[in-house]
Ligand binder design. Structure first.
Ligand SMILES: [Fe+2]
Length: 403
């Protein structure tokens, strides 16, 4: 008999002001630190798991990262099976394959980026609820609590280890679905910055810009609140101070890797309570229609959308300049906000992020992309109202960057 889930308190106010009653949900437990991955076996045991499915990708098996998890599971006497076919923008079909394996298990481990953690979370929902994953697009549409999931991120990016939804791509419909719910959160996140030490520059930059986009979009969201503000401001500061070092100094800067992992996890904790903004509305169709990696899409769309949002939330955007360590003394709010936008354009310029044309996105695609961007849920919390014509202009600008 599966445990029934409490429904996400959507009857509380999304937009949090002094005249509202709102809910703020923390993440599941977090174990954080260099070498923390060695704890996975004992943690599975502590949580009552006997047989787990490790959901990961071929690269992590090839480079020995999965072996660290396997060694720890073996030492603790935990049975396991491995699914190593997770792909970028994980599909409905991948979730179905993981689900088939997980029916024999009592716990899942998502090892990787969102591309491994999200199918683990989605399969955990499917095992206890049956049906088709498309049935659960939205919030708390599954009646039974999912199987427990342990999330072990190997990149500092998505925050999937602490967020309460799984993003799954419906390839047929060219659509990214969010399977959300208060119980669709990993029971435990094991965050080990050392796992990110050897990531190549492009990957580090793209995933890091995804994390920065979470932190900034959450910080300026219409649904922001004082608790999230505190967490997201610190996340912005950590990422701003470490992303270039993590990208260009790779294995030689352990502190940068540590700060990036902490920043991306904190950004995840914040943005699940604030929702995001239109950089994500734009990045999702780029991923679903053209396979643009999520971090690349966000990296390019972030400064463009900050510029668009500037006059809608100038105070918060001005604060971002300070979080990047810029001296705003003597500036008025708009000048400081413009400095923040310029700073993020400069950051993008400095990073090895490829242009959208590398995925064959052309001006002819803008109309369809804009229509799709209008359908995304993140638009509702963006500081500025956004029309399809606005999206067309934003995509036009995005296509001119990084050439
Ligand atoms: Fe994201």
């Amino acid at each position: 008999m599966f445990r029934q889930v409490a429904q996400l308190p959507l009857d509380y106010d999304l937009f949090k002001g002094h005249d509202s009653i709102f809910n703020w949900s923390p993440a599941g437990s977090i174990i954080f630190g260099n070498g923390a991955v060695k704890k996975v076996g004992s943690e599975v045991k502590r949580l009552g798991g006997k047989k787990v499915v490790v959901c990961t990708d071929e690269g992590l098996v090839k480079f020995g990262v999965a072996q660290k998890v396997i060694d720890s599971l073996s030492d603790a006497g935990i049975q396991y099976s491995i699914f190593d076919k997770c792909e970028a923008n994980p599909s409905v079909e991948t979730v179905e394959k993981v689900t088939a394996l997980a029916k024999e298990a009592d716990m899942l481990i998502g090892l990787g980026g969102g591309s491994s953690i999200d199918p683990a979370k989605a399969a955990a929902v499917m095992v206890t609820n049956g049906g088709n994953i498309r049935d659960y697009e939205g919030c708390d549409l599954f009646p039974n609590a999912p199987l427990p999931v342990i999330a072990i991120p190997t990149a500092a990016g998505t925050g999937a280890e602490v967020t309460c939804f799984a993003v799954v791509t419906d390839v047929e419909k060219e659509w990214k679905m969010a399977i959300g719910g208060s119980y669709n959160i990993a029971s435990l996140a094991i965050c080990d910055p050392e796992l990110t030490a050897s990531l190549p520059p492009l990957f580090t930059a793209a995933t890091g810009m995804d994390a920065l986009t979470h932190a900034i979009e959450g910080f300026i969201s219409r649904a922001s609140d004082p608790i999230s503000d505190a967490i997201l401001a610190k996340a912005i500061k950590l990422i701003a101070g470490s992303l270039q070092r993590a990208t260009f100094k790779g294995e030689f800067d352990k502190d940068a890797r540590y700060d990036m992992m902490m920043g991306s996890t904190m950004a995840g904790m914040g943005f699940i309570n604030t929702i995001l903004g239109i950089a994500h509305s734009m990045a999702h169709p780029l991923g679903a229609m053209f396979g643009v990696p999520h971090g690349v899409g966000n990296a390019i769309c972030l400064p463009v959308t900050m510029e668009f949002n500037l006059y809608s939330n100038p105070d918060k955007i001005a604060e971002i300049a300070g979080l990047f360590g810029k001296d705003t003394s003597g500036m008025d709010t708009i000048q400081a906000a413009k400095l923040a936008v310029d700073t993020v354009y400069e950051l993008l310029d400095s990073l090895p992020i490829p242009p959208l044309s590398d995925w064959n996105v052309t001006p002819d695609d803008i109309e369809k992309l804009s229509e799709e961007a209008m359908k995304g849920g993140d638009r509702s919390t963006n500081p500025r109202e956004t029309t399809v014509e606005d999206f067309e202009k934003l995509y036009q600008k995005a296509l001119t960057l990084k050439k």
